[in-house]
Design a protein around this ligand. Structure first.
Ligand SMILES: Nc1ncnc2c1ncn2[C@@H]1O[C@H](COP(=O)(O)OP(=O)(O)O)[C@@H](O)[C@H]1O
Ligand SMILES: O=C(O)C1=C[C@@H](OP(=O)(O)O)[C@@H](O)[C@H](O)C1
Ligand SMILES: [Mg+2]
Length: 171
């Protein structure tokens, strides 16, 4: 790791916007590492995110997430996907300044279809549609604040979305 190590791009957006899926396509296409702070958190905690929420609560998860975001921004030279709620922390938003941050936007109908019953996403375990609607309204300004570009994902395949991001990464 060098002092100049930084992600090629950071993906933010609501749950179901496709950060993890599109990020994997994009990294493969660019031939770079793919990193996801949710996977980093699960590896360090030694358990899946729903178990962290049940055993230690959301505040503890957010603390792990702040540490994971800082570590990944300092050490990832590829494509970095954040969890949908990472932008809630002012510390994370400040850490994203100066990075190339792509907001994968999604409207409620596609997000609901993609997250289904919310399995694996503890915040969406109860009434996923209403919860997602509320989360998206609360976070929309925060995604806009940190993003240097926005790519619409509704009705498009992960391959199409990755292909649209690639030209944005030049320069
Ligand atoms: N553009 C897309 N079109 C259709 N399904 C998608 C798309 N992007 C992601 N998905 C599906 O939606 C679900 C959530 O995607 P994921 O990448 O985990 O989203 P995020 O990481 O933003 O929460 C997965 O089942 C994935 O296969
Ligand atoms: O929206 C959120 O607060 C969360 C989104 C999840 O990531 P995805 O956005 O990748 O689903 C994961 O970090 C955790 O369940 C909390
Ligand atoms: Mg994800």
């Amino acid at each position: 790791m060098s002092a100049a190590t930084r992600p090629v791009c950071v993906l933010v957006g609501a749950p179901g916007s496709g950060k993890t899926t599109v990020g994997q396509f994009l990294a493969a296409e660019l031939g770079v590492e793919f990193r996801d702070t949710d996977a980093d958190i699960e590896r360090l905690a030694g358990k899946p995110i729903p178990e962290i929420f049940v055993d230690e609560g959301e505040d503890h998860f957010r603390a792990l997430e702040r540490a994971a975001v800082a570590a990944a921004l300092a050490s990832c030279a590829g494509v970095l996907a954040l969890g949908g709620g990472a932008v809630l922390a002012e510390e994370n938003r400040a850490a994203l300044v100066g990075h190339r941050v792509v907001h994968l936007s999604v409207e409620l109908p596609d997000a609901v279809k993609r997250v289904g019953l919310g399995a694996g996403r503890p915040l969406l375990a109860i009434n996923p549609r209403a919860t997602l609607k509320h989360l998206m309204e609360q976070r929309r300004p925060l995604y806009a604040e940190v993003a240097t570009a926005t790519v619409v994902t509704d009705g498009r395949t992960p391959e199409q979305i990755a292909a649209e991001i690639i030209p944005l990464l030049k320069g």
